[in-house]
Design a protein around this ligand. Structure first.
Ligand code: 1HE
Length: 256
């Protein structure tokens, strides 16, 4: 796949590792990078079973490339956000689980990107901010939907209004990361999780990615029908049947 210089794509068996690689600009996201992200997640080879999203340099991402806003009209910014929405929806509602590995600055649009991933692993150097309010702008990568649902609207308003920064520990406490590891260990831990996830039966993974987030927002009547169908389909899959038989035969791991 032709990739922009600000991204690196690597294969490790059934895992793809996508790294932001615009180190000199602290992985600030310009249109080219976001288009590249959209392309990668739209065209993943069928044998990729999980993606790790990581970054080169000392920071995950400094957010939107603020140079993009110079002389931007409202229409330019509307269109840019549409691009970000498309790219990030490809991550959140794509075919495979995406595990982000966070370190250093996870700021603005960088946090919006991380919020679209399914599992976030942060190392001890990670910190989080939404300086949009301080810059007189607004989130435009789906953050007011995704980040507010992760940490709550009031925490998000505080970050935006005051310029407050959460450190890695605070981010972990409020759900910005689900795993917190030692400095330098985020990518290797994310890979470990990805390798495990890659072994799971595909229909079960489909339900986890597609049904869980939608049912979290659904009215219960509709949600129950969707869950009902998903549960029935997943349990009938041969790979699930084999796992259940293994447990009943005493040869599968217990939940301990
Ligand atoms: C950038 C950007 C950027 C760095 N756009 N060029 N995001 C922000 O408001 C965060 C802005 N960035 C920073 O606060 C700092 O750069 C960091 C804390 C992330 C890192 O600091 P440091 O000292 O390691 O690096 P630096 O010297 O500030 O930056 C290195 C270079 O990257 C420098 O350029 P140079 O040509 O002078 O070397 C910086 O100008 C450049 N750089 N961050 C453009 N963001 C869809 S809407 C989302 C809205 C948002 O994301 S708002 C949040 C924007």
């Amino acid at each position: 796949m032709e990739l922009t210089a600000s991204l690196e794509l690597q294969r490790d068996g059934e895992i793809a590792i996508l790294r932001l690689a615009r180190v000199a600009k602290r992985n600030a996201l310009d249109d080219e990078a976001v288009r590249g992200i959209e392309r990668v997640f739209s065209d993943l080879p069928r044998d990729v079973r999980a993606v790790v999203l990581s970054a080169r340099g000392d920071h995950f991402s400094a957010g939107l490339d603020l140079g993009s806003l110079q002389a931007a009209t409202a229409v330019d910014s509307l269109r840019r956000s549409q691009l970000w929405y498309r790219a990030f929806e490809r991550i959140q509602f794509g075919a495979v689980p995406v595990i982000s590995a966070l370190h250093g600055a996870v700021i603005g649009g960088g946090l919006e990107l991380a919020a679209a991933t399914h599992i976030r692993v942060a190392d001890a150097t990670a910190y989080y901010a939404l300086p949009e309010g301080q810059r007189g702008i607004f989130v435009g990568g789906g953050g007011s939907i995704r980040i507010s649902r992760i940490i709550g609207a009031h925490r998000m308003m505080d970050l935006m209004l005051t310029g407050r920064i959460y450190n890695a520990e605070e981010g972990q406490q409020i759900g910005l990361s689900q795993y917190l590891v030692e400095a330098g260990q985020a990518e290797s831990r994310a890979l470990e999780l990805a390798r495990h996830i890659a072994t799971l039966p595909p229909l079960s993974v489909f339900g986890i990615l597609q049904v869980v987030p939608r049912n979290a927002e659904a009215d219960p009547a509709t949600g129950h029908v969707l869950e009902n169908l998903m549960a029935a389909l997943a349990a009938a899959e041969p790979a699930a049947q084999a796992r259940i038989a293994a447990f009943l035969a005493g040869s599968a791991a217990k939940v301990k």
